[in-house]
Design a protein around this ligand. Structure first.
Ligand SMILES: [Zn+2]
Length: 89
């Protein structure tokens, strides 16, 4: 039986992998000033990231797990940095 100890670092790795893919395709960006992740809500970038998850999931994970992780990240990341003033001009 798999223990929690073995499972936890794997989940962190999956999340790190998903975030790096999402950044690579431009689905999310990091605020230069504050470091918050922002969802660019770009459907094409999102599709590309999900394609990568489906076709090339990280070692040890199924395509379903990789896709689910990406969806979860996209769902919980806001489309603006919480610390940047909105529409500053
Ligand atoms: Zn910011």
């Amino acid at each position: 039986m798999l223990t929690m100890k073995e499972r936890r670092p794997a989940i962190r790795t999956l999340r790190g992998w998903a975030i790096s893919v999402l950044r690579e395709v431009g689905a999310i960006i990091e605020c230069d000033e504050h470091g918050w992740m922002q969802n660019r809500t770009d459907p094409h970038a999102r599709e590309r990231a999900l394609d990568i998850a489906r076709q090339d999931p990280p070692p040890g994970f199924s395509a379903d797990e990789a896709v689910a992780e990406m969806r979860e990240i996209l769902d919980c990341i806001d489309d603006s940095c919480p610390e940047c003033p909105p529409e500053a001009s």
